[in-house]
Write a protein that binds this ligand. Structure first.
Ligand SMILES: Cc1ncc(COP(=O)(O)O)c(C=O)c1O
Length: 346
């Protein structure tokens, strides 16, 4: 294993994670009073559909939470709300104009946080990889958000390292660190996870599986589900080109969206804290995920993004090995970009 030469001292990406009580971590009443539009955004979050999706003949049932129904269009709307509200709580009653946020993103977090920047008036700057779709860059520009593009060949870890370097060199920017802030997990535990429990009613889930970006979704929902179903199995999904805990340096190959290991043996802190609970990590190539977007659309008429398609492929593999009476729960983070659908010709 090669250590990461760009890791800063006290690297947040490698700090141990301790879960927090969601009720306290997400106590944002004062922030909502100061920023009523943020309370409006919060009210529009969640309550997304838990959809029955095609499985394999004779296999387990599969249900997926349709996260594109969130206000800006992805699961990251939940994360963005929690991270921004937390930053505003820390900022206290000083004017919003005195706070300038900086975030690295695979794309969806930037879309959501840029919308929140218009809602709160807080200038927000993004570090993104150079493969970011034109449609996203146009949105960020129209919302007045500065963008630093880093070469996609360096992998997502370099995007994170660049944001850390900017925060160290330019102290006027407050770095929002999605991989370490416990409100990320708390938000999924309190909303995504609780909504799934409510949607399931008296049905017992046997397996929860989700693609890992920060791991906030996988671990937050797992914490909620395990509180009621301690025996539930959990599986993580990452790109085959960039798997969880990959010991090598990042390859920079194209991967399905929003997810992936960092290389150099680095494990996302939220996931690392639950390594003993996660029964397996499965891997999906970009070509397979991309093809599955088209296949799912042809079967259902519903557009799912490449990370959703990766989750669906893994869910079907498990469904084939499980009894028909079993239930697999997964998540569909987004619909994919207009550019991807144009390439798929659908
Ligand atoms: C499209 C997509 N899928 C999956 C994920 C994984 O989310 P999390 O950061 O909660 O692990 C993300 C996060 O960026 C995403 O954008």
């Amino acid at each position: 294993m090669t250590p990461d030469p760009l890791a800063p001292p006290g690297d947040l990406l490698q700090q141990p994670f301790t879960p927090v009580d969601p009720a306290r971590a997400l106590a944002f009443d004062d922030v909502h009073r100061r920023y009523p539009a943020l309370a409006g955004f919060r009210a529009g979050l969640g309550r997304t559909t838990l959809l029955d999706v095609p499985s394999v003949p004779g296999g387990a049932r599969i249900v997926a939470k349709c996260e594109w129904e969130n206000p800006v269009g992805s699961i990251k709307d939940r994360t963005a709300y929690a991270l921004v509200a937390d930053a505003l709580r820390t900022h206290g009653d000083r004017p919003a104009g005195e706070l300038r946020l900086l975030a690295y993103s695979g794309g969806d977090l930037a879309a959501a946080m840029s919308s929140l920047s218009t809602v709160t008036g807080v200038v927000t700057r993004f570090v993104l990889a150079s493969f970011s779709p034109r449609s996203l860059l146009d949105t960020l520009e129209s919302r007045g958000c500065p963008v630093d593009l880093v070469p996609k060949e360096r992998g997502f870890l370099f995007t994170i390292r660049t944001a850390q370097r900017i925060a160290a060199e330019e102290p006027g920017w407050t770095l929002v660190f999605q991989h370490a802030n416990p409100v990320n997990v708390a938000m999924h535990e309190a909303t995504t996870g609780q909504e799934i429990l409510a949607d399931l009613g008296d049905r017992r889930p046997d397996l929860w599986l989700a693609s890992i970006g920060s791991g906030g979704t996988l671990i937050g929902v797992l914490r909620a589900l395990r509180a009621r179903f301690p025996e539930i199995t959990a599986v993580g999904v990452t790109p085959a080109e960039s798997p969880y805990a990959n010991p090598d340096a990042p390859s920079g190959q194209q991967t399905y969206e929003g997810s992936g290991g960092h290389g150099h043996g680095i494990r996302q802190p939220f996931v690392k804290a639950y390594d003993h609970v996660i029964s397996a990590h499965e891997h999906v190539t970009y070509p397979d995920a991309f093809r599955a977007m088209g296949e799912f659309f042809d079967l259902t008429g519903v557009r799912i993004g490449s990370s959703a398609a990766a989750n669906w492929l893994v869910a079907k593999q498990y469904a084939a090995r499980m009894p028909a009476s079993s239930l697999i729960v997964t998540v569909f983070p987004c619909t994919g970009s207009p550019e991807q659908w144009a390439e798929l010709g659908r």
